[in-house]
Design a protein around this ligand. Sequence first.
Ligand code: ADP
Length: 227
Amino acid sequence: VANVSHELRTPLTSIQGFTETLLTNDVDEVQQKSFLKIIQDQSARLSTVLEDLLSLSKLEKDSEGVETTPQKIGPVVQTAIQVCEPKAKKLHVDFEFEGDDQIIVNINSLLFEQALVNLIDNAIKYGRPQDGKNKGSVKVKIDQDDQSVRVSVIDQGKGIDNEHLSRLFERFYRVDKARSRNIGGTGLGLSIVKHIALAHKGSVKVESQLGQGSKFSIILPKNHELT
Ligand code: ADP
């Protein structure tokens, strides 16, 4: 509750402050516009945090009730990539895909797509190459063994120090708070991914090397009746 309150209070304080200034001070038209823009951005932020909190709370309350159907994994991965394409273009990030997209998995396609979008969005946001190269690349890889199907999102960014890895999937945990907030992060994306994986009776995994990049995976149990 303390975390949630803090996340909501920051944008609210800003909205209250700028509204009051607009109502009580003589501000010129240019300033008015700039204050209104801040109020608009902060309201959007409030609404994003609330949406993420609601998704998380629904998943926590009813993870048993998530309906899944057997389907090819390829189209779900492609839709998630498409959703992230505009942001990737803006930040000069290309996508690569590797693996068998015909594998059939038992998933809730909307939730699974949301989990992948969260991982790909992070890979785009935090995964800029560190060697001064302009272009980044995000790889989505599918592989499988006897027991499971694994979908991984791999970036070439600055990576994450070992000390953070075990806490990354906690609500509101961020490596760099200010940077995350500045780029519109809520700190809830990875907890949502974890809960979606759990609702599929699966798990999440992160591997990362400082200076080289990160690999986030969702591991789904294989349904042997489907293969
Ligand atoms: P946020 O909204 O802050 O992105 P997330 O729950 O999605 O929240 O991620 C938590 C934190 O994990 C981020 O703030 C960032 O510090 C770190 N992180 C997530 N994905 C990556 C990545 N691909 N590379 C480096 N750091 C990452």
